[in-house]
Each structure stands twice: as structure tokens, then as C-alpha cells.
Design a protein around this ligand. Structure first.
Ligand SMILES: C[S@@+](CC[C@H](N)C(=O)[O-])C[C@H]1O[C@@H](n2cnc3c(N)ncnc32)[C@H](O)[C@@H]1O
Length: 270
């Protein structure tokens, strides 16, 4: 028991140090909301403006922020941005975005802090994410692909997943496709999710995605800009139009969205 005590103490001390990043950000958030300086990014780290802070605190932060920024910007200008910045104990500081906005980006910008503080910051700055898989999920079992898209739904709050792969895989045409691939020792382990447009969508709707849609490639082909379709159709003579049709009916694009930022991602369509 005695041997554990110093560890417990240092854990508590570390926690208290980590918590100071909230103190700093809360104070900066309040002062910037009062108009001491502009910081459009700090709201992403501290949602509400919080309790009023005394004027001397706000002025102290004003002097701190302007003083540090003055020297920082002067250094970057002097080096014409051919420099790097290492922000030790960066906490939830928003300098990176301020520099980006004023076109004063150094070559490299590092932030160092405790892993938990860095992880929190990363979580807050996750910007919309697009995940793309073209002919990939079908090579996994349905359980594996479901786990994958579930992980994506859990990890990214504002995201879109685009998946291109087989669909309508229960007829003779698809059987031939599967046999051809099997001859090459290639198994489509996730065929079950490729039975229909609905089964494609279900994989997403059952795993935390808010919205999902799917179209077969024949439909999409007909929705593409028809002047360009006419152009590519003139490139080569196609004898068997039915074959193309069959082929396109057996592939699809399924897309799913999650939209915590309310960007209107569910309206994205063809
Ligand atoms: C008062 S906050 C200041 C945050 C930021 N620099 C600002 O002005 O908004 C101090 C920061 O230093 C970090 N820190 C202190 N000691 C550290 C250490 N040994 N290793 C990594 N980070 C440390 C804390 O986790 C915290 O985020």
C-alpha cells in the first residue's frame, strides 16, 4: 500500500495540472466574448461563455494574449514563415487557427501536452470526415464490415461514408461473377449485404448512421450529365448494350451520413 502512495499523489497532481487548460480556456472564452479580442475558435473547446470574470482577470488575459501574439507573429514574419513552432503545454489554445486565418502559417506547428488533453483537443477539432470504400467491404464478412462502419459512426460525429460495390447479387449474372472470382481463389465474404439496395443501406442504418441511401449504377449512369455520357459513348462502339446494363445493375453506390454539425449532409444526393 505504501508503495502506491507516491503514484496516487503524482496522479492527482498531474490531474490538477491538466485541469488548468480548462481554467485558461474558460477565461479566454469569457474575455473574447466580452470583446477584448476576437477568437472564433475557442467556442469549440468551451461551449458556454460561463460565469462572469472580474475585469482585472480579463485585462490580464488581454495583455497575455496580445503580448505573446506580438512576439510570435514578429518571429514568423521575420522568418517569412520558414520556421516551426513548438507550443509546450498547448492545452486548448487556438493559435494555430488564428495564424491560418491571417495567412501566417509556419512550416510546422507542434503542440505538446498530456495525452488526455491532446486526445480531448483532437476530439473537439474533428471536422467533417468522408470515408470512402470502393469494392472493399464485400471482401469482409458482414460482421466485420458492420463493425467497421459502426466504428466509423462512433468515431466521427459529422461524416459521410461512400461505398461502391456489388448489389442485386442473387441472380444468375451474379452467380457467374462469384464463380469467376472463386476460380481466382477470391471469395466475396460479405455477399449477404449485397443482396439489394436495402441490404446495403441496412448495414449503415443498423450501426449508428443517421441517414443512408443507395442507387444502382444503371440509375446513376442515367443521372450523369448526359452530354458527357454522349461524348464517352461516341469514343467506342458498343455492340451489346444489354451487357452494360446488366453489369451496371449489379453495382451500386451506397452513402450514409451523420450530421451533428447540421451541415445538411443528408441532402447530398445525385
Ligand atoms: C494553464 S494551461 C495553459 C494552456 C495553454 N498554453 C493556454 O495558454 O491556453 C497549462 C497546460 O500545460 C500542460 N502541461 C503542464 N505540464 C505539462 C507536462 N509536464 N507535460 C505536458 N503538458 C503539461 C497542461 O496539461 C495544460 O494544458
Amino acid at each position: 500500500m505504501a508503495a502506491r502512495k507516491p503514484f496516487a499523489d503524482s496522479d492527482t497532481a498531474d490531474e490538477a495540472v491538466r485541469a488548468t487548460c480548462d481554467d485558461a480556456t474558460i477565461c479566454k472564452r469569457f474575455a473574447s466574448s466580452k470583446g477584448y479580442w476576437k477568437d472564433p475558435y475557442i467556442q469549440y473547446f468551451v461551449r458556454s461563455v460561463g460565469e462572469r470574470k472580474a475585469p482585472e482577470i480579463n485585462r490580464g488575459y488581454y495583455a497575455r494574449v496580445h503580448g505573446v501574439n506580438h512576439l510570435l507573429d514578429a518571429f514568423i514574419r521575420k522568418t517569412e514563415c520558414h520556421c516551426q513552432i513548438i507550443n509546450l503545454g498547448a492545452g486548448l489554445d487556438t493559435t494555430f487557427w488564428r495564424l491560418k486565418d491571417i495567412n501566417l502559417m509556419p512550416r510546422k506547428f507542434f503542440e505538446v501536452d498530456f495525452p488526455t488533453v491532446v486526445a480531448r483537443k483532437i476530439h473537439n477539432i474533428k471536422l467533417p470526415t468522408l470515408l470512402l470504400s470502393e469494392c472493399v467491404l464485400v471482401y469482409m464478412t458482414c460482421l466485420q464490415s458492420s463493425n467497421l462502419v459502426h466504428w466509423a459512426a462512433e468515431t466521427f460525429h459529422t461524416a459521410m461514408f461512400i461505398s461502391y460495390e456489388q448489389v442485386n447479387m442473387s441472380d444468375r449474372f451474379s452467380q457467374v461473377m462469384v464463380e469467376n472470382l472463386q476460380r481466382r481463389h477470391c471469395t466475396l465474404a460479405g455477399l449477404e449485404a449485397c443482396q439489394s439496395l436495402d441490404s446495403q443501406k441496412e448495414r449503415f442504418l443498423k450501426t449508428g448512421w443517421e441517414h443512408a441511401d443507395a442507387l444502382d449504377m444503371m440509375t446513376i449512369y442515367n443521372m450523369l450529365p448526359q452530354d458527357d455520357v454522349a461524348r464517352i459513348e461516341r469514343l467506342e462502339f458498343l455492340d451489346e448494350k444489354e451487357l452494360l446494363q446488366q453489369l451496371l445493375q449489379h453495382y451500386s453506390i451506397c452513402w450514409a451520413t451523420k450530421d451533428k454539425l447540421n451541415l445538411g449532409l443528408s441532402q447530398l444526393a445525385f
